[in-house]
Design a protein around this ligand. Sequence first.
Ligand SMILES: [Zn+2]
Length: 135
Amino acid sequence: MTHNAMLREFFLGFIKIHILHHAGEEPVYGLALIAELRRHGYELSPGTLYPVLHQLEKAGYLRRLNRVVGGKVRKYYLLTGRGGEALGDARAKIVELVGEILEPVVREGRSRSGRSRQQPRGSEPHRSHKRTPER
Ligand SMILES: [Zn+2]
């Protein structure tokens, strides 16, 4: 497997968890998700995102909701109870993983600053989401 293919595979898992997270906050749709994921540094085409959404829907993690916006049907996705369970499991694993892989960084920061408390990187609160304009 090439380096890029390997990274794509890693990130696809992150992306799926990310989608579940946002679909749990409010109904989400494709183009808004693409913009949101771009904000986080993931470049996704609709051709990559839509199969992922269908896969999550098929697994029973997302429920589709058709809404008419500007005279057109737009497919929104909402987190289901089952999706919430999967997200909860993933969250516990993420906490575990982040704790472990950031531990050396936190330790080094502590010894460098001499302070006993150190904020882990990336702990600042989630910024509000920019929405793409309606099309
Ligand atoms: Zn986000």
